[in-house]
Design a protein around this ligand. Sequence first.
Ligand code: ADP
Ligand code: MG
Length: 872
Amino acid sequence: MSEASASTPLLEQYEGVKARYPGHLVLFRVGDFYETFGDDAKLLARELDVVLTARAADARGERTPMAGVPHHAVESYLGRLVRKGYKVAICDQVEDARFAKGLVRREVTRVVTPGTVVEDRILGGPDHSFLASVVLRRSGVGEYAAVDVTTGEWFEGPADGPGTDGAVSALAPFHPREIVVAGAGERGDPAEELRRDFPTARLEAAPPPVALGELPAGLRPDGPEGPTPGEAGRRLAGYLRLTQPRLLPHLAVTDRGTGGRRLVLDPKTLRHLEIVRPMNPDDPDGRTLLRCWDETRTAAGRRTLAFWLANPLCDVAAIGARQDAVAALVEAGARLDAVRARLGTIGDLDRIAARAAGRRVQPPELGTLRAGLAAARALAGELATEAGAGALAGVVPRLLPPEELEALLTLALPDAAPPADDAGDRFRRGYAPEVDRWRDDERAALEALSALERREQAAAGVKGLKIGYNQVFGYYFEVSRPNLSRVPPHFRRRQTVSGGERFTSDELDEIERRIRVAREGARSAEGDAWEEFLSRLDRHVGAVHRVARAVGEADALVTFAHLARSRGYVRPIVDDGSALVGRDVRHPVLDRQLGERFVPNDVELDAAEGRLLVLTGPNMSGKSTYMRSIGLLVVLAQAGSFVPAKFARVGLVTRLFTRMGFTDEIGRGKSSFMVEMTEVAEILRAADARSLVLLDEVGRGTSTFDGLAIAWATLRHLHDVPRSRSVLATHYHQLTELVGGLRGARNAHFAVQERPDGIVFLHRLVPGATDRSYGVHVARLAGLPAPLLDEATRLLAQLESEGVSLPAPSRSGARRGPKYTQAVLWDAGGASADPLRARLLSAAVEGLSDAELRALLKELRRLAAGTPEPAA
Ligand code: ADP
Ligand code: MG
């Protein structure tokens, strides 16, 4: 602390470190605190809500702002800083302050970044923690790489498509905490473009790639498992070399059994379907698919499940293998509960191994590691009956840890591990002879100490003569006041206390010295032995990761089976066909919340006939829920899970697109119509016959007419060109009339029961179009005031009686009764009679630029307004 008051040299030392770590927040150890100075102190005070002081003074005698956190709590503060996206350099005292001459030597001992931490308290939970790297190519497909240093998993490959969008799509399932970026964006600063989709990730310019020859074996092209690392991977390795070099050797290209292919879920689809994260990340009750499915018993199992749900498979055989495993586990019946109980005893082996590799492991954690490995071995035995079933055939053998590793742990660790790092006795007796020797010395000296106490008591005849210890004086004899006359002459007085006096003697001093020497010897021998032990463990880190991965996969499969058994889910048929059929399909999350009240529905799409379904029905009738149910059915089926339905057949889907609500970017300076058009254009560009497209409320982002025109054109295009299986929900009832003219399209709507006192949503899908929007009824449900509703009802009746409605523009020609449409701008007898309609139907849609599309819209609007000539 004296350093901090005479602090010019201290500040100079701090500034020196700051200069060597630009862009880092430097936490600078001074005594019991980690301090920051100057602007960083203000930042720390603000971000962590700690006190800003000004104790330090610079060379001119000016006081410098200073803020700090106590060293024992630094990890939780680090967690908060890192989650806010800061990169922190920890600067420690690297010599004992008591023996330092002048300023204590300090060095940066670690750099903590959001994507490279391994401590549970900083990570804040068991979920995957990905660090990603992306190489963008202005024209052409870029590359990505992603690593979870806490599990040793490494993924890389080409982006999902050209430009930043393709890169974003490839990175989305990883939800990286930190991204290193190289290459050029399409529209400008690549970091800016990435920030839109990864608002919480820390972004940083990528360091140069490391040479191929410098990559660790698990990532090298000649390694047993992986393909040649690309530029993104080699830059990622470069970043790790700067930040967590110790972890690099343990990384290996991971095979998650996807054969390099997955069902592509772009970032918006992941969000709309709420697969892993809720649409609104601040909603604590946000119910995601993961949350609803997460009955896993291990951290690795939870990570595996999250990964499987965000990266469904795209290979019939691989999906079938998972399903076979799940089916066999369902068959296991009550034995499944025992297996789940066993899983529940396995700790987070992945992270313990990563912390051991990073030298941040606590001795008790290695006890957890040993127990977890033993439990994995036991689990392999308990799954013997199912070991041949599908995916389990590849999992069960990997549950067996290397015997050499188990032997090492058994040899080295005591049966009960000590509670904390410095508590001593980390090793079983016999493992480290040097440590044992010092411990023996210590024990002998302590015995000599009690012998001395007994001897002096007897000699003086004073029972109240006791040996005590304190930090300042070390060991002393204490004699109570009434007995002071019997103190022997060889006692030397040290201190007077309230009840008596304290003394020492030559013999006591000597024993004290022996104890101190033995303890210091033991501590240093134990430190050396610990280092030596951890480097022996280094060779096995990869093996622990492999066992942990097998545990995770076993847990995920067991969880699928447990859900199937306890919730009555069925095995879907997944094939290469073009059908998407489901009977009594339920929304997996809502179904759990509503229970009996949930109304299941059927789905039947086929690439050949009925590939496109147009949904109408009033607000709140269940359109969005139905579309999400279909999307989630496909996700679950291709992830290998059983599904909430009576029956399901899924012809493989390679890309799933959803657009729901189109509200994402409102407020980012774009009109919602523009956003919708851009998003729909993206989908139409990328979709093909193996895609599933779910579009909710097409054309909502604009006035009725523009929206209708776009919705119509979109529908036709989807039907004719990519021929994707698609479901569109719309409140443009006119669209339903177009459907009659498209061979592959059908209408359906959600049934509503009309009652004198209002309407009841039945949430049941029925074929054909609806002709009522029930807007006024919905408004009543929403609680609009009664006079307003009366007014609206009167207006509606008037509009309907005046025939402001569609006189059958459909090709089928059949009208099914009077139609009410919202704010109708459409009133014509047919395409030939109506220049607007003629122009709309003849308009090309593909290949139009944004400008051309806008021009087309203007033209259509002029036609609608009845002013065919362009305004001068
Ligand atoms: P829409 O998209 O037609 O406006 P939603 O799908 O958003 O309607 O559904 C509105 C509400 O209706 C949901 O929040 C849910 O409570 C209920 N709901 C929807 N579908 C069902 C269903 N199949 N069974 C029971 N309730 C449903
Ligand atoms: Mg809706």
